[in-house]
Write a protein that binds this ligand. Structure first.
Ligand code: CP
Length: 323
């Protein structure tokens, strides 16, 4: 018998790289945990000992306010040690590759690495070169699963249900990782997504994710939730024009008070471009859930860290004939 046969097999490491890593039961468990954690944040002493002795690293190659702040605070509220590294000011400035940065951080033996990167797939690379649980905090225009989970939590807490909700996602779908993750997450919980925008900002074949698509802004009238996307100028190349002008885009697709009917709620992942995709009168109205989303970000990210580090991985099926 060899040494490796004596050693019990290590359980598979769990990551949150994409909404496709989750099934409906996973989503419900994370949202239930977030709901339970909300009560803990109302106490005078907000810190829980749950992740004492664990280490959470934030590795951010792109700007962030909400995601970085909430992951850092979430880890601290659970008593984990945290370290945040932004590409600017780190050895990335000197040309260090993502692989070498991952190997360097892995030497400190972190339990979780949270990665934001402009390139699609970067968090998968970090998962390959470290022994940590990896969370995708946004990779290019591909996935932003923790945003989708906090959005589901916000909808469930404010509207009381997810099943059967109709969510119209409006704007720059082409460059939006938020839209891709949210459509898939809504599908998992039995809600419906409609993507609305100018033809140039609706990727061909996006219906395959399980959503309806329209270029008619009037189609948002039936939705329970109007989810507004930011125009992502930073993902458009120099000289690339997807709309004739921002003024025309605002006139045709901007969400002003005239486009929100009574009873609808309005969401936006932030940062908002007031006066472009969303009118300030809507952003500051009672219909807007933007601050609720930011608050949800903290408890949902606490729930995600808790889930990755404490919930046992699903056991591999035992095949007939195996002891
Ligand atoms: N919604 C979101 O990801 O915001 P940040 O870019 O501020 O993290």
């Amino acid at each position: 018998m060899t040494m490796s046969e004596l050693r019990p097999p290590s359980p598979p490491r769990r990551h949150l790289l994409s909404i496709r890593d989750l099934d409906r039961a996973d989503v419900e468990r994370i949202l239930d945990t977030a709901r339970a954690l909300t009560a803990s944040l109302q106490r005078e002493v907000k810190k829980l000992p749950t992740l004492r002795g664990r280490t959470v690293v934030n590795l951010f190659y792109e700007s962030s306010t909400r995601t970085l702040a909430s992951f850092e605070l979430a880890a601290k509220r659970l008593s984990a040690d945290t370290m945040s590294l932004r590409s600017a000011g780190s050895s990335v400035d000197k040309g260090e590759s993502l692989k070498d940065t991952a190997l360097t951080l892995a030497a400190y033996d972190p339990d979780v690495i949270i990665v934001r990167h402009p390139s699609i797939g970067a968090p998968w690379l970090v998962a390959r070169y470290t022994g940590a649980h990896v969370v995708n905090a946004g990779d290019g225009k591909h996935q932003h699963p923790t945003q989708a989970l906090l959005d589901l939590h916000t909808m469930r807490e404010v509207l009381g249900r997810l099943e059967g909700l109709q969510v119209a996602i409006v704007g720059d779908v082409l460059h939006s990782r938020v839209a891709r993750s949210l459509v898939e997450a809504l599908g998992l919980v039995g809600a419906e997504a409609l993507l609305v925008g100018p033809p140039t900002l609706l990727p061909r074949g996006i219906e395959a994710l399980g959503c309806a698509v329209s270029t008619d802004i009037g189609d948002i009238a039936d939705a329970d939730v109007v989810y507004v996307l930011r125009m992502q100028a930073e993902r458009m190349g120099p000289g690339e024009a997807f709309v004739p002008s921002l003024r025309e885009y605002t006139a045709l697709y901007g969400i002003g008070p005239d486009r929100v009917r009574s009873g609808q709620v309005v969401m936006h992942p932030g940062p908002m471009n007031r006066g472009i995709e969303i009118d300030a009168r809507v952003a500051d109205s009672d219909a807007a859930l933007v601050t609720d989303q930011v608050r949800s970000g903290l408890v949902v990210r606490m729930a995600i860290l808790y889930d990755l580090l404490t919930v046992a991985p699903v056991e591999a099926p035992v095949h007939a004939g195996m002891a």
